[in-house]
Design a protein. Sequence first.
Length: 128
Amino acid sequence: MKKIRKLPESELKIMMTIWDNDPPVARNVLSKQLADQSWSDPTILTMLSRLVKKGYLSCEKQGNKNLYTPLITRDEYMLSESMSFGEKVQNVSITSLMSAFVQSRGITKDEIDELEKMIREFRQSAEE
């Protein structure tokens, strides 16, 4: 797996917004969806330029619009972050981590169902 650098919170917010849309995403769409951040258009453009330079996005000019496409998926980024976090807390049990995570943010019935399915699959592959 290639090494993916951790993003600052502001750039991660932009990536999350891009991942939530069908690519390519126009800058004006991002500006509208990030309106609650109180970022100016030049600030958003600067962060988008940084993300292009870092290899997280590609930028295609279409008329007077810049269209942005993610070059790294949300899953790739989250896996990299999880692995980095896992290296830092090697001696902490997964059960403790899950418990702390669920207590801090809650969990939906769908997420419980998904976790149960994953556990069944892991158990099944361990028995093979």
